[in-house]
Design a protein around this ligand. Structure first.
Ligand code: ZN
Length: 246
């Protein structure tokens, strides 16, 4: 079984479509999609992104922006730009897509894999940005591997059994690598709003028979997304950040 691993689409349809095209054909190059949350928020195409995801065989987890669009959390914790995007998203999502987001689980476990949007300890909220936070999360899940999104930065944190240290590894792109048997927390990065100074859409491919993982990056038409964002009067800062990858 081969999985397409995506996260943090953030209503960016152009990036999402480009990733699907780059990943190849469903049934040939991958069989199922795992989406680690934040399908909506920030971008101009929330319904089209949810519709496209729903058209694929997939499992999707709840992200903080998905919950914010549902009014499930207090958006006063968001900055002003994010708050404006959330309000617009909430007003524009169809009832059917709101109901879909409403039903998303916060964690999922299959075989050697645990999935969460943020972290196994705080699935919707916590950012695993550094080895210390990663190491504090290892006791909070049982499987060998944990997949998370939320930070919009591709990375692997491995727990080294010899020393008990947690070490970060930056991704090598477009090269399948065999997953070793260390416990590790892997983040595929963000499809629709990368924040690692690389504006290309990020995703990954996982083959659970071969136990291989491949980080990928792909360029997409950022101008087209920015034009649609301006049309719906998204804040300038949110428009600009796409081309800078932050
Ligand atoms: Zn996000």
């Amino acid at each position: 079984m081969r999985y397409l691993i995506i996260s943090d689409i953030h209503a960016n349809l152009t990036a999402f479509e480009t990733v699907l095209k780059d990943a190849g054909k469903l049934g040939q190059d991958y069989d199922f999609v795992w989406c680690l949350g934040d399908v909506v928020g920030y971008g101009p195409d929330p319904n089209a992104c949810v519709d496209l995801l729903r058209s694929l065989p997939h499992l999707c987890l709840a992200g903080n922006h998905d919950w914010a669009a549902l009014g499930r959390l207090d958006v006063r914790t968001f900055n002003a730009d994010a708050r404006k995007a959330v309000t617009w998203t909430r007003e524009n999502l169809t009832d059917g897509n709101l109901a879909y987001l409403e039903a998303l689980p916060t964690t999922f476990v299959l075989g050697d894999f645990t999935l969460a949007h943020g972290s196994p300890r705080e699935p919707v909220w916590e950012y695993i940005l550094d080895p210390l936070t990663a190491s504090l999360n290892f006791p909070h899940y049982q499987t060998l591997y944990c997949l998370v999104g939320h930070t919009h930065t591709p990375v692997t944190f491995k727990l080294l059994p010899e020393t008990g240290d947690c070490q970060p590894f930056t991704p090598v792109y477009n090269e399948p690598e065999t997953l070793d048997r260390y416990r590790q927390i892997i983040n595929p990065g963000s499809v629709g709003q990368p924040r690692d100074s690389d504006p290309r859409a990020a995703y990954a491919l996982l083959d659970i028979e071969r136990i291989t993982w491949e980080f990928r990056r792909v360029e997409y038409d950022i101008d087209a997304v920015q034009a649609r964002m301006r049309k719906v009067e998204m804040p300038d800062r949110l428009v600009a950040r796409l081309e800078h990858g932050w």
